[in-house]
Design a binder for this molecule. Structure first.
Ligand SMILES: [Zn+2]
Ligand SMILES: [Zn+2]
Length: 224
């Protein structure tokens, strides 16, 4: 009976953190909370960002996708933490500042991130410089190569379009530009104007635009 009591007593008093020796009742992966927290690194800066910058248009890209540096950093941080600590790990970006170097070859990133790991909230602040690769984007390399996917033919019925109508056509083409669209060439012909465009979808957008209805006799015909 006495022996049992002693054992219970010893057990109650022998809960120590094996790492720092501190007495504790709360264990996280068999360590005290402080030691557990110390063992966690949320930010691994060198693997954070892989963004390229196009020297022609100055756009930022993640693969072929146009992006900006902030969301690319956020996504990379979330991904890295969840890869290390599980896909359901709650992650919050509590602060993010990005300063782009003047030559656009690197960006200085200051970030504060919070994550909950094994029920413990961890907050970490880090700073690092991310190198930005220089790569001509798909759009710019296509422009340089004179690429086009469709021709929008600006014609009037039984007459030649007026200068105003052609100017309107150019305005419409310009106003319909999406982020990755471009006009590769405009060719004046005696019967009208041919606009060479980067995608069939963009060409269709130009021909369908409602502004044509105001320019009564002129229309954009679309040819792939
Ligand atoms: Zn400890
Ligand atoms: Zn570009």
């Amino acid at each position: 009976m006495t022996e049992k009591k002693d054992n219970l007593k010893r057990e109650k008093w022998s809960k120590f953190c094996p790492k720092c020796g501190k007495q504790t009742d709360e264990f996280f992966e068999s360590m005290c909370k402080d030691c557990f927290k110390q063992g966690i690194t949320l930010l691994v800066p060198e693997r954070l960002v892989s963004v390229s910058v196009c020297p022609h248009c100055g756009g930022f890209f993640k693969g072929k996708e146009r992006t900006s540096i902030e969301p690319a950093v956020e996504t990379a941080v979330r991904k890295a933490i969840r890869k290390k600590y599980g896909p359901e790990t709650p992650v919050e970006i509590a602060g993010l500042r990005v300063e782009l170097a003047e030559n656009k070859r690197s960006a200085h990133v200051s970030i504060t991130v919070k994550a909950e790991i094994s029920g413990v909230e961890i907050e970490e602040t880090g700073e690092f410089t991310a190198a930005l690769k220089r790569a001509i984007c798909e759009r710019c390399s296509r422009i340089a190569g004179g690429y086009y996917a469709a021709i929008v033919q600006i014609r009037a019925e039984v007459r030649i379009p007026t200068d105003e109508e052609l100017a309107l056509a150019e305005n419409i083409a310009h106003a319909s530009l999406g982020e990755s669209d471009f006009v590769s060439k405009e060719q004046m012909l005696k019967e009208g104007l041919d606009i060479y465009v980067s995608s069939a979808e963009y060409g269709r957008r130009i021909s369908r635009t409602r502004a044509w209805s105001r320019a009564a006799p002129t229309g954009g015909r679309f040819r792939r």
